[in-house]
Design a protein around this ligand. Structure first.
Ligand SMILES: Nc1ncnc2c1ncn2[C@@H]1O[C@H](COP(=O)(O)OP(=O)(O)OP(=O)(O)O)[C@@H](O)[C@H]1O
Ligand SMILES: [Mg+2]
Length: 209
């Protein structure tokens, strides 16, 4: 299964949530994962390389993969049964090599926030992915939500995204997210991401049956 973390809004939380989702699937769900870091910034791949000094065992492999290499790489990865192929996309959509990735996605996980700029950017990603691949399952994940802020647009944004997928419960803003590794899932972060990831996993299962 190909699970794409996308949104052309930079800093929405694609890379962070991709790592945590892979950690959750391997540690909690005992599922197999591979992470394809397809962002030019290679932030996940860099993290993975740095994490090699940690004693904890490696949970999954992270491949640094150029967008144009996707079509030749994916058939090999798809040969392995029950492998979650988790893809971190760059924060922009102006590359034609993104097309086969969007077309092949089974699931889109789209982190966003309720501010106007992020909403607009998320809308563009939503419309483009919907047009290219209307069959993929979409999850919109409100991320970096601050408990003391009232988001005026919350209901209207949620109603809009619900037309094309599921809006999950929120992920709060917490400094713990800035210290994540590819090897562990600290209990405080586990508690925050678990309801969101369970919603995603349960809905993927239901939809596959
Ligand atoms: N829930 C959160 N609480 C606090 N900080 C967060 C949270 N989620 C992400 N961050 C931080 O926000 C910053 C941007 O996150 P991240 O790099 O995952 O975004 P991105 O969508 O991958 O960005 P880019 O488009 O640049 O690749 C990082 O410093 C990350 O640690
Ligand atoms: Mg990123």
């Amino acid at each position: 299964m190909i699970i794409v973390f996308g949104n052309q809004k930079g800093g929405a939380g694609k890379s962070t949530l991709a790592i945590l989702y892979a950690n959750y699937l391997t540690l909690v769900k005992k599922q197999k994962c591979i992470v394809l870091d397809m962002d030019y910034q290679t932030s996940i791949f860099n993290r993975y390389e740095e994490d090699k000094i940690l004693d904890n065992p490696e949970l999954y492999e992270v491949l640094e993969l150029n967008l144009e290499k996707f079509p030749e790489t994916i058939p090999f990865l798809k040969e392995e049964k029950n492998l979650n192929i988790i893809i971190d996309l760059p924060g922009k959509l102006d590359d034609e090599n993104l097309l086969p990735i969007l077309q092949n996605a089974d699931v889109f996980i789209i982190p966003f926030c309720y501010d106007k700029l992020t909403y607009q950017a998320t809308t563009i990603f939503n419309l483009i992915s919907q047009q290219i691949n209307p069959d993929a399952k979409k999850f919109f994940v409100p991320n970096r939500i601050k408990g003391n802020v009232k988001y005026e647009t919350l209901d209207s944004v949620n109603d809009d995204f619900k037309k094309n997928g599921i809006v999950t419960s929120v992920i709060n803003d917490s400094v713990g997210f800035q210290r994540i590794t590819t090897k562990e899932l600290p209990i405080n972060l586990l508690n925050i991401v678990e309801p969101v990831f369970e919603t995603i996993i349960n809905n993927i299962d239901r939809w596959e049956d």
